[in-house]
Design a protein around this ligand. Sequence first.
Ligand SMILES: [Zn+2]
Length: 77
Amino acid sequence: MPAISLKVTHAPPGGVDHAVPGAAKPLFRGTGDTDYLCGNCGAVIALGIGPTQRVPFDSTTCSACGAENEFPPSLRG
Ligand SMILES: [Zn+2]
């Protein structure tokens, strides 16, 4: 199961120490096997995305640490 770290576009306001590991819930859940992780704290942001699946946003904020993560162009809908 591949895991890809997303590119962080804005650091979280509280810094990496502010992260709450395990508290984050994936924002997206797909039917594939690729996980996309927060580039700052490693929390799962999109779980099990298939090769043809897309997410409806260019970027999203990690629910664990608050960092803004940018989805790769291939993942945008
Ligand atoms: Zn994070």
